[in-house]
Design a protein around this ligand. Structure first.
Ligand SMILES: *Cc1c(COP(=O)(O)O)cnc(C)c1O
Length: 392
C-alpha cells in the first residue's frame, strides 16, 4: 500500500476520481437532482442498496468531495457538509440528542453556540451546564447520568484559551460521552482533535477553510456511526450546503496549508509586537511563552494559528477609538480571511452573553481580537502602530 500522504498533499489531491470529461479541475455540479438509468436502480438507490446521488438535499458530488477532504485531513472515518457552521452545530446536537439529554459545554464558545444551547435546545428539553475553561479539575462533578455530549472550542473564540485535548479525550472516554471539538480556529492543518480522542470535529468552513471571505459552509467529521446518524437527520431536515459553496470550499482547501503557515507567522510577529507595546495590558496568542497554556498549545498544535486577543489600556472608549483609527485592517464580523480583521467581541459576537458570562470567559470591554491576514506583517504592524498613536 502507498505511504500515507501528508496533509498538504491530501488538501490538494483529494477530489472526485472520475468526472465526465476528465477535467483536471473538478467542475461545479449545479443541479438539484440526478437521473437514474432505470426504474430498478432508482429503487435500489432510494433503498440505500447502491451508492449514488439522488437529490442535492441528500448529497451532491461537490459536497461529497468537500466532506471527504475534511474527513481525511482530520483523520476521521467520515464527514458531512452543511450550509453554515451553525447548521453543522445545530444539526449535530439535534441529530444525536433527545429530550432529557444534557450537554457539558465549555463556557468559552462561539456566541451563536451559546444562543443555540440557551434559547433553542432548551425549548426541546435538552439542558446544558457551562464549565470553566480554566477549572478543568471541576468538570468531573458536573457530568450527570444524562450527559451525552461534551462540547469545546480550542483555541477558544474570542479569548484564545487552550484546553488540553489529551486530558479531555481521556475524560470523555471515562464518562462515556461524545466529545465534540469545534476546530475552527486551528483547522486540521494545525491540530487534529480526533487523534486525541474526539469523536467529532466541527468546522465553520466560512472561516479559514474558505479563507477569502466569500461563502458560508460547515463540516462535521468523525466516527462513521455518528456521521451516519447526522446524515440521516440532515437528509430530511434540510441544512444542505449549496453545490456552489462546496465547490468553492474544496478549491480553497487546496491552499489551506500555505495560508495557515503565513497566518501563523504573521500572527506571531503581531503578538510579539503587541507584547512589548506600552499601551497593551496583556496579549494572548497560543505560541507566546506568556500564554498560560503555552506548553499544552505546543503539544497539540503545530503552529499558533492566525488569531490573537489583547487588552488595550484605556478601557472600552480607547478600544473604540483604536478600531476607528485603523486604516488597513477591516472591521467586519468574520475571521480567517486573507485580509486582517480587527473586532470588538464584547459589543458584537458576544454581546448576548450576560455581564457575568463575559467576565468569566474573558470577553472584557477592552478586549480586541485580531485575525491576522496575509498582508505583509510589517504593513499590518504599521497600521496597528499608527492606530495606537492616533487613539491616545
Ligand atoms: C463562525 C464560527 C461558527 C459559526 O459558523 P458560521 O459559518 O458563521 O455559521 C462556529 N464556531 C466558531 C468558532 C466560529 O468562529
Amino acid at each position: 500500500m502507498a505511504k500515507k500522504k501528508h496533509r498538504d498533499t491530501i488538501a490538494v489531491r483529494t477530489q472526485l476520481e472520475k468526472t465526465q470529461f476528465n477535467e483536471h479541475s473538478v467542475p461545479l455540479y449545479l443541479t438539484s437532482s440526478f437521473v437514474y438509468d432505470d426504474a430498478e436502480s432508482m429503487r435500489a438507490m432510494f433503498a440505500d442498496e447502491i451508492p449514488g446521488n439522488i437529490y442535492s438535499r441528500f448529497s451532491n458530488p461537490n459536497a461529497t468531495e468537500l466532506s471527504d477532504k475534511i474527513a481525511q485531513l482530520e483523520e476521521a472515518e467520515a464527514g458531512f457538509s452543511f450550509a453554515s457552521g451553525m447548521a453543522a452545530v445545530f444539526t449535530t446536537f439535534t441529530a444525536l440528542l433527545k429530550s432529557g439529554d444534557h450537554i457539558l459545554c465549555c463556557n468559552s464558545v462561539f456566541g451563536s453556540t451559546h444562543t443555540v444551547l440557551e434559547k433553542q435546545l432548551s425549548k426541546f428539553g435538552i439542558s446544558h451546564t457551562y464549565v470553566d475553561i480554566h477549572k478543568t479539575n471541576e468538570w468531573g462533578k458536573e457530568v450527570k447520568p444524562n450527559t451525552k455530549i461534551i462540547f469545546v472550542e480550542t483555541p477558544s473564540n474570542p479569548a484564545i484559551d487552550i484546553i488540553d485535548l489529551d486530558w479531555l479525550g481521556k475524560f470523555s472516554k471515562k464518562h462515556k460521552t461524545i466529545l465534540i471539538v469545534d476546530n475552527c480556529f486551528a483547522t486540521p492543518m494545525l491540530q487534529q482533535p480526533i487523534l486525541f480522542g474526539a469523536d467529532l470535529v466541527i468546522h465553520s468552513a466560512t472561516k479559514y477553510l474558505d479563507g477569502q471571505g466569500r461563502v458560508l459552509g460547515g463540516v462535521v467529521a468523525g466516527k462513521k456511526n455518528l456521521i451516519d446518524e447526522i446524515r440521516t437527520f440532515a437528509r430530511s431536515s434540510g441544512p444542505a450546503i449549496s453545490p456552489f459553496n462546496a465547490w468553492i470550499l474544496s478549491k480553497s482547501i487546496e491552499t489551506l496549508s500555505v495560508r495557515m503557515d503565513r497566518h501563523s507567522s504573521n500572527a506571531l510577529k503581531i503578538a510579539q509586537y503587541l507584547e512589548k507595546h506600552a499601551d497593551v495590558e496583556s496579549v494572548k496568542y497560543p505560541f507566546l511563552k506568556s500564554h498560560p497554556q503555552y506548553k499544552i498549545a505546543k503539544k497539540q498544535m503545530s503552529q499558533g494559528g492566525g488569531m490573537i486577543a489583547f487588552l488595550i489600556k484605556g478601557g472600552l472608549k480607547r478600544g473604540r477609538k483604536f478600531l476607528d483609527a485603523l486604516e488597513l485592517a477591516s472591521m467586519t464580523a468574520n475571521l480567517g480571511d486573507t485580509r486582517t480583521i480587527v473586532s470588538h467581541p464584547a459589543s458584537t459576537t458576544h454581546f448576548k452573553l450576560t455581564e457575568q458570562q463575559r467576565i468569566e470567559t474573558g470577553v472584557l470591554p477592552n478586549l480586541i481580537r485580531i485575525s491576522a491576514g496575509l498582508e505583509h506583517a510589517d504593513d499590518i504592524i504599521a497600521d496597528i502602530d499608527q492606530a495606537f498613536k492616533k487613539s491616545k
